[in-house]
Design a protein around this ligand. Structure first.
Ligand SMILES: Cc1cc2nc3c(=O)[nH]c(=O)nc-3n(C[C@H](O)[C@H](O)[C@H](O)COP(=O)(O)O)c2cc1C
Length: 433
């Protein structure tokens, strides 16, 4: 890890390698709407093609005020489509494009196009295509920060999140076209292309059963108060979402978070550490046969109030300390059970599940890695994802290091979905051993 502060620019994430020779090129319908950031769509097209995709360019009428269609058709080697009413096309163009596209990518996505998508409108080629898409629809919003912060846009974004059919990439904090700074700048083209290409990844985890824990645990003191932490669950949900997209059978055990369930994921909601423990062992079974791998991202509270009061505690001058009791260490428990299984002769089980833990600290980079190493050995884990609280909690990206017994692989800043993919690549290798 470097000493980078959270506000300095992120290095571009890795763009996945092109598909192996002989594999069909995945097709991306790249839909451009009317923002000054439209010029960056040509860079996204270039990166997608470089990553092995075929790109079908589509533009709204407004987009053509900002970027010449010839730029996209020249880069993509495909005609730019801009209307459903194309007399030269026999059939329904939006349906034909939807059938061809493995993924629809809106770059940039204006406030207007988000509103139309949220309303389910289909009054131009871009929105009709998005409504008809057979695969994922990703959108990279770009707009002035006041447009992004407006309650109408927030309402539209919330509706899209609830529906779960359009996933947003960004926006990010930074300079916008007017020269002002704020949240509304489009994510960088490399991050957008990486997110799209990773969604097109093969289903290489098919047949793998994965249990993921996510979010905080909340430890109740009384019906009103609890002990909690700042985890939002974004990392665990990203792992679950990417694992399911790559074909794994995923059980997601989630503490209280405000996130929608990723498609294809079985979700179990819990509140406190004891409930998370019960759900975890229910999923695993005593002999750990219920999973091939566990990724434990949850920030499980180390302590809980010694007593849970059925009614609200009254404020009294002599109540100044809160007696606590330690919670079970879920990662260590699974690690110990796994070590016991591996040590048992025979047993009919070929391999105990792979185990990935997280270590979040407020220490220096060196301190975080040293702590991760101790955790790796002490809790008998295969891999620890080491990260800083300031880089991680509540953010859509993270700066993490993958720590194993013999290596520490600093990944730099990655969107959580991309980090999830890197973790899952390791899980896949651990399971193949
Ligand atoms: C110079 C200029 C820049 C614009 N930039 C943006 C922008 O960055 N984001 C946005 O949401 N709208 C922006 N707009 C407004 C959209 O172009 C407008 O809402 C349009 O209806 C969008 O249509 P479309 O979503 O079909 O492309 C801009 C308009 C102009 C004239």
């Amino acid at each position: 890890m470097s000493g980078r502060t959270p506000s300095s620019p992120a290095p571009p994430p890795d763009v996945p390698a092109p598909p192996a020779a002989g594999r069909a090129r995945p097709t991306v319908a790249l839909a451009v709407s009317g923002s000054i950031a439209a010029y960056k769509a040509s860079e996204v097209a270039r990166l997608l093609i470089q990553g092995g995709a075929r790109v079908l360019p589509i533009m709204t009428r407004a987009a053509q005020q900002f970027l010449g269609p010839m730029t996209l058709s020249g880069l993509c080697g495909e005609p730019v489509r801009d209307t459903m009413w194309d007399p030269g096309f026999a059939g329904e163009l939006h349906v034909a494009l939807a059938a061809e596209a493995d993924l629809v990518l809106l770059v940039p996505a204006t406030a207007d196009v988000l509103a139309r998508l949220a309303a389910g409108r289909a009054d131009d080629l871009v929105t009709a295509l998005a409504l008809c898409a057979k695969g994922p629809v990703l959108a990279a919003p770009a707009m002035h920060p006041r447009m992004w912060a407006h309650p109408a846009t927030a309402r539209n974004v919330a509706a899209l999140e609830t529906d779960g059919r359009v996933q947003l990439i960004g926006p990010v904090f930074g300079e916008v076209a007017s020269g002002e700074r704020g949240l509304g700048r489009m994510a960088e083209p490399a991050a957008i292309a990486a997110a799209a290409l990773s969604r097109l990844a093969p289903r290489d985890l098919a047949g793998l059963r994965l249990v993921v824990t996510a979010g905080p645990t909340l430890e109740d003191l009384d019906p009103v108060r609890f002990l909690g932490n700042r985890s939002t669950g974004k990392m665990g949900f990203a792992v679950a979402e990417r694992a399911a997209a790559r074909g794994a059978e995923v059980t997601l055990i989630a503490g209280p978070v405000a996130l929608s369930t990723p498609p294809g994921v079985r979700r179990v909601d819990v509140r406190g550490a004891l409930a998370m423990r019960a759900a975890l062992w229910q999923a695993l079974g005593d002999d750990l046969r219920g999973a091939d791998a566990l990724v434990m991202t949850a920030a499980v509270s180390d302590y809980r109030p010694a007593e849970q009061h059925p009614t609200k505690l009254k404020r009294t001058p002599d109540l100044t300390t809160l007696p606590l009791v330690p919670n079970p260490d879920l990662l260590a428990e699974v690690g110990a059970a796994r070590a016991g299984l591996a040590g048992a002769a025979g047993g009919g089980r070929s391999r105990p599940p792979a185990l990935v833990g997280f270590a979040v600290e407020t220490d220096t980079d060196e301190g975080v890695i040293a702590h991760a190493r101790r955790k790796l050995a002490g809790k008998r884990v295969d891999l620890i994802v080491a990260n800083h609280a300031a880089d991680s909690f509540g953010r859509d990206d993270n700066r993490a290091t993958l720590v194993t017994h013999d290596a520490a692989d600093a990944l730099g800043v990655l969107p959580k979905a991309a980090l999830a993919d890197r973790i899952l690549d390791r899980v896949s290798r651990l399971c193949a051993r």
